[in-house]
Ligand binder design. Structure first.
Ligand SMILES: [Zn+2]
Ligand SMILES: [Zn+2]
Length: 283
């Protein structure tokens, strides 16, 4: 998900590095906690029973293109939702590990803002199954492409959460990762409070292909990796470039998929999703 570029000073970097070091020591000394609710559990990267039971693995009928759950009278693996039929996305499939809910939200936010870097591996663990389904009929290993952060954001945070997840996934699935194939050409304003159309406009021109992208994409199945699939504006913008770069196939894989209450997500208020950003201090 996109955020605005902040002003960063050297002091911020030093304080951030010290805080990260202190957090590492604290993490090491404390017992493992459920990544969904914080209760003490037996092992690292393990949800408590209540949180595990609350996870929605999106196993029901879904749009073949964007993976939004759909109710279909006739079971059909190729069925697409109204939004995809009206405005086909540039990716051919966009599975997610789980639906965006309280536990998924906490995991994603604590990785991004709480620097719980171990959560990237947890996310990758849950994304391994949709990744294997996505690549089941392909011979060559896929090329995982994390949605890039603007350099200011990368500099202040010290890591790209999508990049960490992609690294863990690649290690487990023997895939390749290209961290520098997609570039963030400009910082985008926060998408908080923006609806679907405004989000699409905000990410216009935000991404670019690296000069050698075409050679690297030739004949490859390019899979975009991101934490949350909300309106899909970011994934569409990135996928469009990969199609232009002549990837053989373009898909997108995320940890959590926002599932609107209505089957037609064109009317869903995606603005409410980024209001998470206002809760950063309470994660
Ligand atoms: Zn829990
Ligand atoms: Zn769809």
């Amino acid at each position: 998900m996109d955020e605005a570029a902040p002003a960063v000073t050297i002091g911020d970097r030093v304080v951030g590095a010290l805080a990260q070091g202190a957090r590492f020591v604290v993490d090491y000394a404390l017992p493992p906690r459920c990544p969904g609710c914080g209760v003490i559990v037996g092992q690292d990267r393990q949800f408590c029973l209540a949180c595990w039971a609350s996870l929605d693995f999106l196993a029901g009928p879904a749009c073949a293109r964007c993976s939004i759950p759909i109710t279909s009278l006739v079971p059909d693996d190729a069925a697409q939702c109204g939004a995809c039929l009206a405005d086909p996305p540039p990716f051919d499939a966009a599975p997610a590990a789980i639906a965006y809910g309280p536990a998924a939200r906490r995991v994603a936010l604590r990785l991004k803002y709480g620097r719980r870097l171990g959560h990237a591996r947890l996310m990758a663990d849950l994304m391994a199954r949709p990744l294997s389904r996505l690549t089941a009929d392909a011979g060559d290993p896929p090329l995982l492409i994390p949605v890039p952060l603007h350099r200011w954001r990368l500099w202040s945070r010290g890591f790209n959460q999508a990049g960490l997840v992609a690294q863990h996934l690649a290690r487990a699935a023997q895939a390749d990762v290209a961290h520098d194939l997609l570039l963030r050409a400009k910082a985008t304003p926060s998408l908080r409070g923006l609806g679907r159309k405004a989000r699409a406009k905000a990410v216009q021109g935000a991404f670019a292909l690296a000069p050698d992208a075409k050679a690297r994409l030739a004949g490859r199945h390019a899979i975009l990796i991101d934490d949350v699939h909300a309106s899909g504006a970011t994934l569409r913008a990135c996928a469009r470039l990969l199609v232009r770069g002549k990837a053989a196939r373009v898909s997108a894989l995320t940890f959590a998929r926002v599932v609107p209450d209505t089957p037609d997500d064109a009317t869903f208020d995606f603005g409410s999703i980024d209001s998470d950003m206002g809760l950063v201090t309470r994660i």
